[in-house]
Design a binder for this molecule. Structure first.
Ligand code: DQA
Length: 145
């Protein structure tokens, strides 16, 4: 089974952007972690990052045809995008939401995520290990059918 791992805006700057919040690992490191974790779980991770809302929506729609689950860090679009929520609501497989930082102990505007109303599970504050945890849970949900 294929799991789409989608990363939203500014996550291409991981490792350079506010490392005190988001850590030192790059997007390349995170994608490698996702691919190796997925392989260990008998999954294939298809990793994509975009700064554009429409591109993330197109990939979520593509996942309806090709994926068994989505792991998504919608980044700032978590807090703003009804369109990404609607795209995820059109998917009938597991969706796991990841935030590297603990959004609940940050600014007020980060504490609501539209995506959380669809997500099967939400992981926040575990750093990039959150992606590994998300894939582990996605594998369990895919296995459970
Ligand atoms: C983030 C948290 C968001 O509030 C922020 O806009 C991001 C990254 C995280 O991974 O902690 O870009 O999703």
């Amino acid at each position: 089974p294929v799991v789409y791992v989608l990363n939203g805006p500014n996550l291409n700057l991981l490792g350079k952007r506010q490392p005190e919040i988001y850590g030192a690992q790059t997007l390349g490191d995170v994608e490698e972690l996702c691919r190796s974790t997925a392989a260990r779980l008998g999954l294939t991770a298809e990793c994509r990052q975009s700064n554009a809302e429409h591109e993330l929506i197109d990939w979520i729609q593509e996942a309806r045809e090709k994926a068994a689950a989505i792991v998504i860090n919608p980044a700032a679009y978590s807090h703003t995008s009804v369109a990404i929520l609607d795209a995820l609501n059109a998917c009938d497989f597991p969706v796991i939401e990841v935030h590297i930082s603990n959004i609940h102990k940050r600014e007020e505007f980060r504490q609501h995520s539209y995506v959380s109303s669809r997500a099967n599970a939400v992981i926040a504050g575990c750093g990039v290990q959150g992606y590994e945890l998300a894939l582990t849970h996605a594998a369990a949900l895919v296995r459970a059918g």
